[in-house]
Design a protein around this ligand. Sequence first.
Ligand SMILES: Nc1ncnc2c1ncn2[C@@H]1O[C@H](COP(=O)(O)OP(=O)(O)O)[C@@H](O)[C@H]1O
Ligand SMILES: [Mg+2]
Length: 285
Amino acid sequence: MVRTTHLMGELESILLATDASEQSKGAAQEAVFTALECQAKLYILYVRTYYPEIPESLSKALEEGIPEETKNFLEKVRDMVTKEGGEAEIIIRDHPEAWRAIVEEAEKLNTDLIITGKRGRTGLKKLFMGSVTEKVVGYAPCKVMVVPKGVKIHGETILVATDGSYYAKKAEKEALSMGKRCSTLKRILALSVAKREEDLPRASKILEAFRELAQEEKLPPRVKLETIEVVGNPANMIVKVAQDEGADLILMGEYGVSGLEKFIMGSTTEKVIGLSKNSAILVVK
Ligand SMILES: Nc1ncnc2c1ncn2[C@@H]1O[C@H](COP(=O)(O)OP(=O)(O)O)[C@@H](O)[C@H]1O
Ligand SMILES: [Mg+2]
């Protein structure tokens, strides 16, 4: 059961946010693997939502209890960890807004990573990603890994997308630190997308700086570092290169403009999460 990737390195605790939907099963699987690999405690959080404007909706939810299949799912996830000797705990919260409860729990428990599905029960096609995921990525106090349905992270090739910004640099550092810690990691692809031909030299500079950083950080020779600069639409290119190169994890920074609800995360990050079907996305904060 235990895989031998060590992608996330030293994590003390992980918060899996799950609505027990089909869509969120990949996230649960990755959470179990990551918790076992990293000997991190796994908190499995299910938020039972209600409408605060309708007081009866809470008492109704309480009365009805947690659906049997949801309970079974949560217990199954927990047991997958505990049977292998790991530590896991189910947390059930009642809250009008799932994302708020998830962010609050991450703060309270001081978790190092939140793992969510890309979509959930509602699965509205017109939305890039589920609204809970979107808000969690934007407001989380720690890294967030978004796992699209059915994605498995083998962790041989990872891609870090960088525009040289403050947050992207954090993602760069995370990629290098994974390179050092994770014995299965073979390739780090660093991608910088120039929107126009004339921006290419800037992209090259960003990647040059990344190569220098890799040297400073003493990336072991086992890990091959490849840098790619291309012209195109950033989100489309990031997803395409990840797909073509078989990178099952994309690292990105989030550059949220504080205060504006509308811009809770950078639009490239949001689009990549929306477009990605075969890679998980780690949003580094
Ligand atoms: N009630 C909830 N409790 C815990 N996690 C949730 C809850 N609702 C959603 N999530 C998390 O957010 C992910 C995306 O769900 P969501 O944003 O609600 O999408 P959708 O609109 O498709 O339902 C889920 O896979 C799950 O990880
Ligand atoms: Mg939902």
